[in-house]
Design a protein around this ligand. Structure first.
Ligand SMILES: [Zn+2]
Length: 494
């Protein structure tokens, strides 16, 4: 399986942002080219077929239903049919034929989405084998963690589109994959360009498409549209010395993508990069910049143009937290979706490859800077979508979406807004009607604890409902690289 590029020891990169550039980023979403039509749900042609999970009626009884749109928590019975919420009732429905799920004392939220993923697996921080579990297992781990949809923003095109097409045509156990294919970037340094070209031939359809000119950019978008990319992912990052995509190339990519009704997600380095992305009409910007403060003018433009932000805090600050005590590694949900070997590798800090060692050193002191920028974006009214940037150091497939939510909380974002960013907003971007209102898609997570009181409660998962069906979470892990020695019988299979 592919893994993030390892940057040779001793090389000095200007910033942390430059390190994540080639780690594993890329991906597109169907969009309308007109700015005004970007508000609200937009159809994603591919999502509709898999919505049909049969008509099995389901009744979730006695739970507290949390609605991130109205910011209300109400005791209700939820009637689900044909994969949608059919009714929310105060009293149990008089007549109900179908499966019942008792949610007394539980909290029901719309299921989560991870909008920045590299679905190949989890890298070891050592110079040894990775937990290269592949796309299929990644989708299982996602769903196990309550993440019903994920957006891959940079993977080997043959593999990622191949899996996605099989999933959509035949169904596969796991969360719903959306994918960008390869990222489009610019390589200023001819030596690096040559290396990338070589890499491409070695790995077939690769994770990177070099766009040196506007014409190149348009050609790549055309090719990605033919592959039915769900979004286009562009690296527009001027923190290093070798990427530096000219603005006219970015503008051409966005224009061509919108002509083809594709959304564009732009990886940025600096706030200047973000300002350019906003100006040329990008649909979403991923990552934050920590070395200077975002200006009120940029926040205002960002909001005005309806550009969404995918801040990806796990990749930017979470590596030191993985090893803190008590840290992320000890979390039962993380342990369920990773191998003992991977967790052991994280404890061997002295053996970290230079890139992981650098992240370890850099992230802690900069955590507050990222949190501050995130809070400013939120206060300025920019729509946020959660994303982990899994596939990188310190980030774990499925689990780290909960870290993104927790890090939003640590930045001072109210819990209702976090749930909105983790479900409603990605749903709008993907053309899915995530939510807990009548008519919404019945993709839900049932929690033991109240996430409004503390956002960490999102990990207290009791059950996951995916398109109206109760997910057999234990079955998801069976036969995978993390399969428990003794399978635990699950309520759903009894
Ligand atoms: Zn990425």
């Amino acid at each position: 399986m592919e893994r993030p590029d390892r940057i040779a020891g001793g090389r000095r990169l200007a910033t942390f942002a430059a390190f994540i550039v080639l780690a594993a980023c890329a991906g597109p979403m169907k969009t309308s080219p007109a700015k005004t039509s970007r508000v609200g749900p937009e159809p994603v042609r591919t999502a509709t077929k898999t919505l049909d999970h049969g008509g099995n009626p389901l009744l979730i009884e006695n739970g507290t239903v949390l609605d991130p749109v109205t910011r209300t928590a109400t005791k209700r019975h939820i009637v689900i049919e044909d994969g949608r919420i059919k009714a929310l009732t105060e009293k149990p429905p008089a007549a109900f034929e179908g499966r019942r799920l008792d949610a007394t004392g539980r909290f029901i939220v719309p299921a989560f989405a991870d909008m920045h993923v590299h679905a190949w697996g989890n890298p070891s921080p050592l110079d040894g084998p990775d937990h290269a579990c592949g796309i299929g297992e990644t989708s299982r781990f996602m769903l196990y963690c309550g993440v019903v949809a994920f957006l891959d923003l940079g993977s080997n095109e043959e593999r990622i589109f191949g899996f996605r097409d099989r999933q959509r045509a035949q169904g596969r156990p796991g969360a719903d994959l959306y994918a960008a294919g390869a990222v489009i970037g610019h390589i200023a340094d001819p030596k690096k360009r040559a290396r990338t070209a070589g890499d491409r031939s070695a790995d077939g359809p690769q994770r990177f498409r070099a766009a040196q000119t506007p014409t190149d950019g348009r050609r790549h978008v055309e090719a990605l549209a033919k592959l039915r990319a769900d979004v286009v992912k562009v690296l527009y990052d001027h923190t290093g010395s070798y990427m530096n995509m000219p603005r006219d190339v970015l503008a051409a990519i966005v224009d061509e993508a919108h002509r083809r009704k594709l959304k564009v997600v732009v990886h940025i380095g600096t706030w200047k990069d973000a300002a350019d992305a906003v100006a040329v009409g990008a649909d979403a910007i991923t990552h934050l910049w920590d070395e200077d403060n975002i200006t009120p003018a940029l926040v205002a433009a960002w909001k005005r143009k309806g550009v969404r932000s995918i801040p990806t805090q796990p990749v930017q600050v979470d590596l030191p937290n993985v090893l803190a005590k008590p840290g992320v590694l000890a979390h039962p949900l993380l342990q369920a979706v990773t191998t003992p070997k991977l967790r052991a590798d994280y404890r061997k800090t002295k053996g970290f490859v230079p890139k992981a060692a650098f992240w370890m050193k850099y992230q802690g002191p900069h955590t507050g800077d990222y949190a501050r920028q995130l809070a400013v974006l939120h206060k300025g009214g920019v729509a946020l979508m959660t994303g982990s940037d899994s596939g990188n150091f310190g980030v774990f497939q499925g689990f780290s979406l909960h870290r993104e939510m927790a890090l939003f909380g640590a930045a001072g974002i109210p819990t209702w807004a976090i749930l909105h960013a983790a479900s409603i907003e990605p749903g709008r971007f993907l053309g899915r009607k995530f939510g807990t209102q009548v008519g919404d898609e019945a993709s839900l997570v049932i929690l033991a604890r109240d996430p409004i009181a503390t956002i960490d409660a999102t990990t207290s998962i009791v059950a996951v409902i995916h398109r109206g069906r109760v997910v057999d979470r234990n079955a998801l892990l069976q036969g995978t690289t993390v399969a428990p020695a003794k399978p635990v019988p699950s309520a759903a299979t009894r």
